[in-house]
Design a protein around this ligand. Structure first.
Ligand code: CP
Length: 304
C-alpha cells in the first residue's frame, strides 16, 4: 500500500493487516523505525484528534515532522495543492497527511508524486484513518465483525466517517443500518425513528451534526434534534446488554448524544481516541516502511 485515501480501495486482507499491526503496537509499544523519514501534516480544515494523533504516532515512530500551517502557506497566494505537493517532494518529504475540504481532492494527485498520501479527511468524502480506528475499537470489543448489528445515526450525508465505515463494515460482514433525518440520509436508505434499533444494535455509532456543511436552512433546534434523533439517557437504558456507543468526535453534547453519556460505561468514545494513535502508527509504517509493517510478508487469509 503506497497511499491510503479511501476505505473503498482496501481489501479485507489489507484492512486486517493494519488492524493486526495496530494490535501489536498497542501490546508491545510503538518503536522508532530504523530509517529516518520526513513527513508533514497538511490540514486545510480544523482538526484536533486526527492531526494530534498522527503527530503523536510520528514522534513515537521517530519520524521528522515538518510543520505546515495552512493559514500561513502559499496556498493563500493561490498555489494549487498539486504545486504544493510537488514543492514538498522536492524539499525531501516522504509522506504527507492531508485534510482538505474538497471531496476527492486526491484524485488528481495519486501517481503524480513519489510521496505517500494519507487522507486525513476529504470534505464529506472519506476518512479512512478514522474508519480503521473504529474497526480496531469494534474488533477489540467483539473480536469479530461478521453478523454484528451496527447502527450509524445522525448527519449521514455530510459524514465522511459514515461513508468510510459503511463501506468497510459491510465488506467485513456486519449488518449496517442508518438512522437520521431523511434530508440528511444522502445515498443511504435510513429510518427516522428508534423503534426496534435499541435492543438489537451491538454498536450505536453517533455522528456529529456538521453545521459547517449545512446551508443555514437546518430545520431542527438542538433540543428537537436530540429528542428525535439523539441518544438520550432514556434510550441508552433500552440498549442491548453488552452493546457499545461510539462517536468519532468532536461531540455536540446534548444534540447527538446526552452529555452524561459521553463517558458512560458503554461509551468507547475516548477509547477510539486512544486507539487512533496505534492505528495511525500502523498506517505510517505501512506506507513508509513495509519491512516493519509485515505488509509484504503476510499471506494469511482473513475471515471475520
Ligand atoms: N474525528 C475527527 O476527525 O476529529 P478531528 O476533526 O478533531 O480530527
Amino acid at each position: 500500500m503506497k497511499n491510503l485515501v479511501s476505505m473503498q480501495d482496501l481489501s479485507i486482507d489489507e484492512i486486517s493487516i493494519i488492524l493486526e499491526r495496530a494490535e501489536m503496537l498497542k501490546r508491545f509499544g510503538i518503536r522508532e523505525l530504523p530509517k529516518k523519514y520526513f513527513v508533514s501534516n497538511l490540514f486545510f480544515e480544523p482538526s484536533t484528534r486526527t492531526k494530534m494523533s498522527f503527530e503523536m504516532a510520528e514522534r513515537k515512530l521517530g519520524l521528522e515532522t515538518i510543520p505546515f500551517d495552512a493559514g500561513f502557506s502559499s496556498a493563500l497566494k493561490g498555489e494549487s495543492l498539486y504545486d504544493t505537493l510537488r514543492t514538498l517532494e522536492e524539499i525531501g518529504l516522504d509522506a504527507v497527511v492531508i485534510r482538505h475540504p474538497e471531496e476527492r481532492y486526491y484524485e488528481g494527485l495519486i501517481g503524480k508524486t513519489n510521496m505517500a498520501i494519507i487522507n486525513g479527511g476529504d470534505g464529506s468524502g472519506q476518512h479512512p484513518s478514522q474508519s480503521l480506528l473504529d474497526l480496531f475499537t469494534i474488533k477489540e470489543e467483539f473480536g469479530r465483525f461478521h453478523g454484528l448489528n451496527v447502527l450509524i445515526a445522525g448527519d449521514i450525508a455530510h459524514s465522511r466517517v459514515a461513508k468510510s465505515n459503511a463501506a468497510a463494515l459491510t465488506k467485513l460482514g456486519a449488518n449496517v443500518t442508518f438512522l437520521g433525518p431523511s434530508e440528511w440520509a444522502g445515498e443511504f436508505p435510513s429510518v427516522n425513528d428508534w423503534d426496534g434499533m435499541l435492543d438489537t444494535s451491538d454498536v450505536i455509532m453517533l455522528l456529529r451534526v456538521q453545521n459547517e456543511r449545512h446551508d443555514g436552512t437546518t430545520k431542527f433546534t438542538k433540543e428537537e434534534y436530540h429528542e428525535r434523533f439523539g441518544l438520550t439517557v432514556e434510550r441508552e437504558r433500552k440498549m442491548k446488554p453488552g452493546s457499545i456507543i461510539m462517536h468519532p468526535a468532536p461531540v455536540n453534547r446534548d444534540v447527538e448524544i446526552a452529555g452524561s453519556l459521553v463517558e458512560c460505561e458503554r461509551s468507547r468514545i475516548y477509547k477510539q481516541v486512544e486507539n487512533g494513535v496505534y492505528i495511525r502508527a500502523a498506517i505510517l509504517e505501512t506506507v513508509l516502511h513495509k519491512e516493519e509493517s509485515a505488509w509484504e510478508n503476510s499471506s494469511k487469509v482473513h475471515t471475520y
